[in-house]
Design a protein around this ligand. Structure first.
Ligand SMILES: Cc1cc2nc3c(=O)[nH]c(=O)nc-3n(C[C@H](O)[C@H](O)[C@H](O)COP(=O)(O)OP(=O)(O)OC[C@H]3O[C@@H](n4cnc5c(N)ncnc54)[C@H](O)[C@@H]3O)c2cc1C
Length: 522
């Protein structure tokens, strides 16, 4: 393996799929220029999506002699990797007890070994390539703050110990929250996710990998021995394709019903009393809160997350308010420096989907359904997907195969959360909201309204000009909702998100919302 020393270049701020800036987006180093894309080349692998999954797979494949092309519809880090909180844990949202219950003890052990392996990969790469991304090992703490959470905490604890996670009871957690019981877990870690991503970019580019940003893949066609991928009339060619798009795009794919989109909220606050926790800390509430600290440009921040809800449901402003009230209840907050939200995908049976993309031709792969654990599971996906592309045996591949038969026992929570999807398919086609006057709408806000007998998604920009698009999601035709916090149109069915002008921000939709000419309709 060639070891590549990283260099620093120009500083920039990476855009992401929301209006709120995350703690990670600014002061990144652009790095070495990508080799030029050659349109006549049939690349070995086309990696679609420049988040942690795509970059990890790209590095592994390019290092093993492949000629890779990595494309992103926007820029590297535009997706959830730019809005994550970057805890690197050796336990996951789906507990080892749940995996043992639904998939068996061997599977729970495999899951634990895979997670530990992914943490080691990240640490090894940071050291080998000298990636300056604030990687630090930390102690983890999980606590119950109510008696009713004890059973679940005990189950989490015992099942973690059983698969070799170094967990034990602790007298207290390093947060000012009254606790009932606390466990502590060794060997956790954290990093700056976009600095890590830029480090992987550098390794990939220096090994000869080609990157094309602002290149959305609209569709792919199987040819004799390779695939053609279309992007705005341009045809890219590759023998195999990895959709590292967080959720695979396309019409209606089985994975769109097996991985449900959720939004999670984050605050990065400064404290008056400097009581920043030097650990990764989680409570057992539902949805749970999580804490850690990070220094960015010399300023320390307490990073607090939580208040999750299904995408297109809930009120983003209420979620931010709830999270802020929660943190202010326990900390002397000096200022709320950053607040943002981002999207994750909850898998129906608790395990991620990594492997051949169902419903697509041979040689097309994906990774999705990471819950809030994509730093490790995206890294794991990169490893499994690169092995599958290279035709190598991977002992974990069958456990995460997207074509697996899911255990029904685990699906009850998911079904409860998604019962409204079927309802919305019907209800969205009948119930309408009256828009008496566009004057009602505040500047920089949007709403779905009835206009001349048809629904329109109306956005009034900061200077008061009206922009209208069709509210019908181009994926499965549900009606989008306005997300006033991230200034986007969010689909409540499968989580597609669109900019104020209807441009796709987040799949699975591949086409923009149709523009509507209000004057022509009036
Ligand atoms: C608020 C929040 C906090 C989280 N905290 C943690 C945490 O502490 N620890 C942890 O392990 N995980 C965490 N997660 C989960 C983790 O961040 C994600 O699972 C992970 O970032 C997903 O990475 P990805 O590379 O698969 O996708 P993304 O980072 O979303 O990247 C996908 C990329 O694909 C591109 N794309 C999409 N469609 C196309 C197309 N058609 N053509 C070309 N490009 C396309 C997008 O532009 C995007 O850049 C958190 C998630 C949220 C929402």
């Amino acid at each position: 393996m060639t070891v590549i020393e990283l260099t620093k270049n120009d500083v920039f701020t990476a855009p992401r799929d929301g209006a709120n800036e995350s703690l990670w987006q600014s002061k990144l180093h652009a790095g070495t220029e990508s080799p030029s894309y050659n349109e006549s080349t049939v690349y070995d692998t086309l990696i679609v999506g420049g988040g942690i999954t795509g970059l990890t797979a790209a590095v592994l494949l390019q290092q093993q002699g492949q000629k890779c092309l990595l494309v992103d519809a926007h820029n590297l880090g535009y997706g959830t990797t730019g809005g994550t909180t970057a805890h690197i844990n050796t336990f996951a949202d789906t507990t080892y007890a749940e995996v043992e219950n639904d998939f068996g003890a061997e599977a729970a052990q495999q899951f634990a070994d895979d997670i530990a392996g992914a943490v080691s990969t990240i640490q090894d790469w940071v050291q080998t390539y000298k990636i300056d991304c604030d990687f630090e090992r930390k102690q983890g703490f999980v606590y119950a703050d109510e008696e009713k959470q004890l059973k679940e905490l005990d189950s989490l604890f015992q099942s973690a110990v059983k698969v070799g996670v170094k967990a034990r009871l602790a007298p207290q957690a390093p947060v000012p929250v009254p606790t009932v019981k606390v466990i502590t877990i060794d060997d956790q870690a954290q990093f700056h996710p976009l600095k890590y991503l830029m480090g992987l970019r550098e390794v990939f580019v220096k090994a000869g990998g080609v990157i094309l940003e602002n290149t959305r893949i609209e569709q792919t066609t199987q040819k004799d021995g390779y695939h053609e991928a279309e992007s705005e009339g341009r045809i890219l060619k590759a023998r195999q394709i990895i959709y590292a798009t967080h959720i695979p795009p396309g019409g209606v794919n089985p994975l769109h019903f097996e991985a449900a989109p959720y939004r999670s909220y984050v605050l990065a606050v400064t404290l008056k009393d400097k009581a920043y926790p030097d650990a990764l800390v989680y409570d057992m509430q539902d949805p749970y809160h999580y804490f850690r600290s990070h220094v960015v440009e010399g300023q320390k921040y307490l990073v607090v997350g939580g208040a999750d809800h299904k995408t297109g449901h809930g009120d983003p402003e209420a979620s931010f308010a709830e999270l802020e009230a929660y943190v202010r209840q326990y900390y002397e907050v000096d200022s709320v420096a950053y607040r943002w939200s981002a999207q994750y995908y909850m898998p129906v049976d608790g395990l991620p989907y990594i492997g051949k993309l169902p419903g697509f031709s041979e040689g097309i792969f994906t990774g999705t359904g990471y819950n809030g654990n994509g730093m490790i599971l995206g890294t794991l996906a990169g490893k499994i997907l690169s092995d599958l592309v290279l035709g190598k045996e991977n002992p974990s591949a069958s456990l995460y195969d997207p074509g697996r038969v899911k255990p029904l026992a685990a699906a009850s929570e998911f079904i409860k959360e998604n019962a409204d999807v079927a309802y919305r398919f019907v209800a969205d086609r009948f119930s309408t909201e009256e828009l008496d006057s566009l004057d009602q709408l505040q500047n920089d806000c949007g709403m779905v309204a009835e206009f001349s007998g048809e629904k329109v998604a109306v956005y009034k920009d900061p200077s008061g000009d009206i922009h209208a698009v069709s509210p019908v999601c181009t994926h499965t035709h549900c009606i989008v909702n306005w997300n006033n916090s991230e200034k986007s149109w969010d689909c409540p069915c499968h989580g597609a998100r669109f900019d104020t002008d209807g441009t796709v921000l987040t799949g699975p939709a591949r086409r923009n919302l149709e523009p509507v000419d209000l004057k022509g309709k009036a």
